[in-house]
Design a protein around this ligand. Sequence first.
Ligand SMILES: NC(=O)c1ccc[n+]([C@@H]2O[C@H](COP(=O)([O-])OP(=O)(O)OC[C@H]3O[C@@H](n4cnc5c(N)ncnc54)[C@H](O)[C@@H]3O)[C@@H](O)[C@H]2O)c1
Length: 275
Amino acid sequence: MKKKPLPPSRGAAAVITGAGSGIGRSFAYEVARRGGAVVCVDIHAERAAQVASSLRALGSHAVARQCDVGDAAQMQSLAEDAEGLLGRPVTLVINNAGVGLGGPIGEVSLDDWRWCMNVNLWGVIHGCHFFAPALRDLGYGGIINVASAAAFGAAPEMTTYNVTKAGVLALSETLAAELAGTGVHVTALCPTVVPTNIVEDGRLPERRRDFARSAMTRFALTNADRVARQTLDALDRGDLYMLPQIDGRIAWRLKRLAPRLYARAVGETYRLLAD
Ligand SMILES: NC(=O)c1ccc[n+]([C@@H]2O[C@H](COP(=O)([O-])OP(=O)(O)OC[C@H]3O[C@@H](n4cnc5c(N)ncnc54)[C@H](O)[C@@H]3O)[C@@H](O)[C@H]2O)c1
């Protein structure tokens, strides 16, 4: 009798982008804890190296790789090298690297628009473009794309970020349809606030920085480790959408039930809290 394949989060050969901090680092630890091997990818070489070396110290197979996800050539060579780095074909890709950008439309510079689109959207496009065909041919594994509740939440003064994440969600939905029945699962992660370095590393108007910093702790209903665990479980179940927090799930439903009320409520709540 043919052996049932393991769920894709177990014993994976994984490539995780943005693994040097926050949610990506938590994914790296959780994949390793589930018996997987990991290529820890980050634009900051020292962050990737630190996570990979602490995973090796725990007995896991882990290597660090510096790579800018927004650079197609670098992502192509990552895809070409990954099997050699892992010692076997890639079975799990987590397109997690992302940056924060805030500010009203018209104030955000077009250079900042391009920077954020390049990392958050092109980074995930590159990850799917270069890795999905091999996974499909393998007929087994998973792709987790880290979107955000920003993909549907329409929070004011986050236009660029919202646009990139809506793109990641559309890409994930389409990929899930294309890969349906191939043995490759696709999950789009859509968290609200998770305390990480995203504000410190991001580009925000100075007048909003304190608000964003305090929101990271005041409104966080979860943490990165929990999100990573729940998302890998969702991938194993074959769930396309992973909304780990109740505020995100309420926003998702309210927007569909009462879109006009939703837009007004979100705008007014933002002004009340941020001003
Ligand atoms: N923290 C939140 O509240 C939150 C909420 C929703 C979605 N997200 C998403 O989660 C993902 C992870 O973010 P985080 O909150 O853990 O932030 P983080 O800043 O802690 O980690 C992001 C990591 O990505 C790396 N990175 C940035 N640009 C890169 C590039 N061009 N190439 C490769 N690596 C790059 C950074 O060096 C960093 O190590 C992002 O896609 C983010 O948009 C975060």
